[in-house]
Write a protein that binds this ligand. Structure first.
Ligand SMILES: *Cc1c(COP(=O)(O)O)cnc(C)c1O
Length: 342
């Protein structure tokens, strides 16, 4: 028996793409790194291609090769990590477009694949990836041939943060006068408005129903099967380290999924599962493969409980666990059966 069923709503995914695309006058790429934010990158990319996406972004060349196999030759597949040592054969064979991040990567690309397309990634203040302002005078001559000049915002989930405007200004200065297409906005930047959109927006999390895209349609529902239900007396403990002790008689359902399935241990005693409209608190520690849930209030013994669904988005669950929706989604393990809702 699988550790539950991950329902993936492809019409919601398409609707989120279309709604984000409608906010920008330019093009709308789709970020499908980390296996399509945990939902399955081939499935996600094929669905978004049907919704009109012709450009995809991945983190690594290996991820890009998976997308190329899924989509065939037509779409553009951009790689954020650029042209790393050892990537040359994959970039060539899968016809990937690396976003070059350093003078070393520029040199490597021109030495090994001089005729292959490339983009440039600029560091406008996040200090993570990209050509720094100090690299730019010597690298700038490569921008005319680039298929894209891009940068990434560090604080776009907080529109009031002053770093957004500072990075926008830095990007504007570094790219002034260039004719290559430009891209700055992921989901957060897309929501901040036209000044951030340039020629291409590149949302990820918003496609999958996550914050900061508050109007997103939910894409995932995660239902977990109950293995057994026991009645415990007041004073009985539940789970590792006996962190939960019942103060009245309770019914405890043991559910097949745990931290090995991405339901991280930080959710212990904090998350809620749902039996239809009835909230059922997770009690005690999350185990590797099991959760213990108080189902005393359920009208009938539940066969499954939802941990993601209409009552609980990835962001609500993430907040209970002290993390972000991105981490919940991308941690979803390989043991779930995946059920596609068209
Ligand atoms: C992950 C990523 C995106 C997408 O970000 P979301 O916040 O998921 O929309 C866009 N650009 C870069 C460089 C990224 O690393």
């Amino acid at each position: 028996m699988a550790s539950g069923t991950l329902h993936i709503d492809l019409s919601a995914l398409r609707a989120n793409y279309t709604a984000l695309a409608a906010r920008s006058a330019g093009r709308t790429a789709a970020v499908v790194k980390a296996d399509g934010y945990g939902l399955g990158s081939a499935l996600v990319a094929q669905t978004l291609a049907r919704a009109g996406a012709d450009t995809f972004f991945v983190a690594t060349a290996e991820e890009g090769a998976v997308i190329r196999n899924a989509l065939g030759p037509a779409p553009t597949i951009n790689v954020f990590s650029g042209h790393m040592d050892g990537d040359t054969p994959l970039i060539r064979e899968a016809a990937l477009t690396p976003m070059l991040n350093s003078p070393e990567q520029i040199a490597r690309h021109h030495d090994t694949l001089p005729d292959a397309p490339y983009g440039l990634q600029l560091d406008t203040g996040m200090s993570r990836l990209g050509l720094a302002p100090a690299d730019w005078p010597s690298a700038r001559s490569h921008a005319e041939e680039a298929t894209l000049v891009m940068s990434h915002l560090a604080c776009a989930d907080d529109p009031a943060h002053p770093q957004n405007a500072a990075q926008l200004a830095a990007f504007g200065e570094m790219t002034a006068g260039l004719t290559a297409p430009k891209s700055l906005a992921a989901t957060g930047g897309t929501l901040m408005g036209a000044a951030y959109h340039f020629d291409m927006i590149r949302p990820g999390i918003g496609l999958y129903g996550g914050f900061p895209y508050a109007d997103a349609q939910p894409v995932v529902r995660l239902s977990l099967p109950v293995i057994q239900i026991r009645e415990i007396a007041a004073g009985t403990s539940v789970g590792y380290s006996a962190t939960y002790v019942a103060d009245t008689p309770r019914k405890i359902a043991t559910v097949s999924a745990g931290y090995a399935d991405g339901l991280i241990r930080a959710m212990s005693s904090r998350a809620t599962l749902w039996d239809g409209d009835t909230p059922c608190p997770l009690v005690g520690r999350v185990s590797m493969d099991l959760l213990t849930i108080d189902v005393t209030e359920c009208a009938a013994p539940p066969e499954t409980l939802d941990i993601l669904g209409p009552h609980q988005s990835v962001d609500i669950l993430a907040e209970a666990a002290g993390t972000i929706g991105y981490e919940i989604l991308t941690a979803l393990g390989a043991r779930y059966a995946r059920k596609v809702v068209a």
